[in-house]
Design a protein around this ligand. Structure first.
Ligand code: AP5
Length: 215
């Protein structure tokens, strides 16, 4: 199964993708997570990407597309994948179609997680992420059992450097300018499913699973 999760920042793409990848045994490919790992390891790609990420701008397509290509063709993606945060604009969507065509595969479903602006701002400002395993929490909505400690691996939680008011505003602006056009792109391919992502995570995943499993 090949799935794309679309939606504004904070809609819950990462939260849903982590859960879906376990339930459906699919590889979770998050370009945001990969880029943050590159930044953490201070690689050349990470150093170049950081300036864009801190401002809430998109990292140039050339860098992101080649980074994604190596993940898509890796062995761990053989059983299928969930793309979270890619594609982000039309050139990336077209590049993805070409990569998949060359590999003789296709996307099955694109889920558009719709979330309203007040919900997005509340979610992003309270998000906390595990420094080690990347598990996602929220200080109010999904609090860890012990403050600032990951339930899953016991490491410390941190607040993402782009989860601050000004950067959140710009990420939303970039989303509307660049990414929202993908809704029509996938509608035309008859792959798009709207999911109301303002609701609790359990309701959201139920809708996705129902469609993904075709029941
Ligand atoms: P990326 O990491 O992809 O960030 P994003 O798209 O802005 O999305 P987020 O990770 O902020 O939100 P999410 O929808 O995953 O929400 P989450 O599940 O965490 O990208 C970051 C940056 O990297 C970009 O700005 C760009 O610079 C660069 N980049 C990445 N991909 C790129 C690409 N393809 N091209 C170019 N540049 C790229 O949930 C948010 C919070 O809400 C959490 O605290 C969670 O606990 C909580 N929550 C989730 N669901 C629910 C729910 N249903 N109810 C209550 N709380 C919930």
């Amino acid at each position: 199964m090949k799935i794309v999760l679309l939606g504004p920042p904070g809609a819950g793409k990462g939260t849903q993708a982590k859960d879906l990848s376990k339930r459906l045994a699919l590889s979770h490919i998050s370009t945001g997570d990969i880029l943050r790992e590159e930044v953490k390891n201070n690689t050349a790609l990470g150093r170049e990407a950081k300036a864009y990420m801190d401002k809430g701008e998109l990292v140039p397509d050339k860098l992101v597309i080649s980074m994604l290509q190596s993940r898509l063709t890796s062995k761990s993606a053989n059983n299928g994948f969930i793309l979270d945060g890619f594609p982000r604009n039309l050139p990336q969507a077209k590049a993805l179609d070409e990569m998949l065509k060359a590999a003789g595969i296709d996307i099955d479903n694109v889920f558009y997680l719709e979330a309203s602006e007040p919900v997005i701002v509340q979610r992003l400002s309270g998000r906390r992420v595990c420094t080690k395993c990347g598990a996602i929490f929220h200080v109010q909505n999904m609090p860890p059992k012990t403050e600032n400690i990951c339930d899953k691996c016991g490491a410390k939680l941190y607040q993402r450097s782009d989860d601050h008011e000004e950067t959140i505003k710009n990420r939303l602006h970039v989303y509307l300018k660049e990414t929202a056009a993908l809704i029509d792109y996938y509608k035309k391919q008859d792959k798009l499913h709207y999911v109301d992502a303002d609701r609790e995570a359990d309701f959201v995943i139920k809708d996705i699973l129902k469609i993904a499993k075709g029941s």
